[in-house]
Every structure is written in C-alpha cells, then in structure tokens.
Design a protein. Structure first.
Length: 226
C-alpha cells in the first residue's frame, strides 16, 4: 500500500459500523496493515491466512465484503472466488495482487469481482472500493429482505384472494371478476379489500409493483384464454 490522502468519512462508512470486512492474504504484514486501515474508519475486520480459514467462519449477518489476494499458497484467489460464486455466496470481492495483468483483471470482473488493485495501491483507493462494496451489499440485502417480506405477505392470502388478485392485476372491474369467479360483486369487493390490506398495498400501482417483484402476472379472463 502507498500513503494517499487521509481517509474520508463517507455516508457508507458512517453507516458501516455493523459492517464487516474480511481480508484473506497469506502475508501477515498485508493483513495487519489492511486491517488497521479498515479499522481507522470504524469498520469491523476479520483476517484470514487462507481461504479455508475464511470458509470456516460464520457468515456475516450484515453488509460485508471480501478483500482477496490473487496469489495465495495452495488454492489461488481466483479459484477460490469461482468456488464461492458456485456456492451462491454473493459477497462483493475486491481483488489485490502484486502480479496483476489485463487478462487477470478481465477474468476477475467477468466472475463478479467488485474491483481489482495491483500492489502497491493507494490507501484511499482501497477505502473507496471497500465502502462502495459495502454499500452495494447493503442494497442487495435490503432488496432481498423486501422480497422475502413480500413473499410472506403473498403466502398470507387465501387461494380465492390470490385468484381475485390475479384478476385485479388484469384490470378487471369487480363486476367482471364476479362474473369470472361466479361470485357476488360484494364478495369480490371484500376479497379485493383483503388483498390490498394483506399485501400492504397503498394503491393499485403499488400492488402491481409488488406483484411484478414476485413474478406474479395477471389472470386473464375466460374470453382471452379461448
């Protein structure tokens, strides 16, 4: 690492006190210096000498990122990155190496790396990359949590309410839905109200947005299915 300007506190940094930065490098000096750098802006740090050590740790419950050396003893950082991707681990990865080349950078980016630094690098550049990676992971986790919440809401609907919701998404009026389902219009209105309430939908556009997030499409009327 090389000395750059003093670490800048960013909104991601300020919100990142519960975040964790993992460092995997077989060079103890690099682990110590990078750990100190990350802690200087209030980030929690966990360091590992090998990829196997990292895999044995408990996964973070909050935003996290991994600073990974390309050239590790035994399994390379590139091979390890491919493994964690295949395992479905979506942690953002910042690569570093003392022997980087264009081909290696391209391969790392194609497999989802967040950034790539050749040693020596400026402290501020690494701090910026890490805070961006943590922000990205935070956004991803928020999106996952929102989707999980929507799935729970949708599961709370009865089968009939789900059917009504499908017709509502198709743009049918209560009278038309009643005809499709052989129900009274007042019954459809009640079910429609339950759908809006249970899905926490503030409006029809909000319900449509939530349905799209869940991959739920409209239920077409009979005449459109013939």
């Amino acid at each position: 690492m090389t000395t750059g300007s003093p670490p800048r506190m960013t909104s991601e940094t300020a919100a990142g006190e519960a975040s964790v930065v993992y460092i995997v490098d077989d060079d103890n000096g690099i682990r110590l210096s990078l750990g100190a750098l990350m802690r200087s802006i209030g980030l929690r740090v966990e360091v590992f000498e090998s990829s196997d050590e990292f895999l044995r740790c408990s996964p973070a419950t909050g935003p996290s990122c991994l600073i990974l050396d390309v050239r590790l003893r035994g399994r390379s950082g590139m091979a390890f990155h491919e493994e964690i991707v295949s395992r479905g681990m979506r942690i953002p990865v910042v690569f570093m190496t003392g022997h980087g080349d264009i081909e290696m950078v391209v391969k790392a980016m194609k497999t989802g790396a967040q950034n790539f630094f050749a040693k020596p690098f400026k402290d501020q550049d690494m701090l910026d990359a890490v805070t961006q990676a943590l922000a990205r992971d935070s956004e991803r986790r928020a999106a996952d949590a929102e989707l999980a919440g929507l799935r729970t809401l949708y599961k709370s609907l009865s089968l009939r309410e789900k059917e009504v919701m499908g017709f509502v998404l198709s743009g049918l009026l209560n009278k038309q839905i009643a005809s499709e389902m052989n129900l009274s219009e007042i019954t459809v209105k009640v079910h429609r109200g339950h759908v809006m309430h249970k899905m926490n939908a503030r409006s029809m556009p909000d319900l449509v947005r939530k349905a799209a997030s869940l991959g739920i499409g409209p239920c077409l009327p009979r005449e459109s299915r013939q």
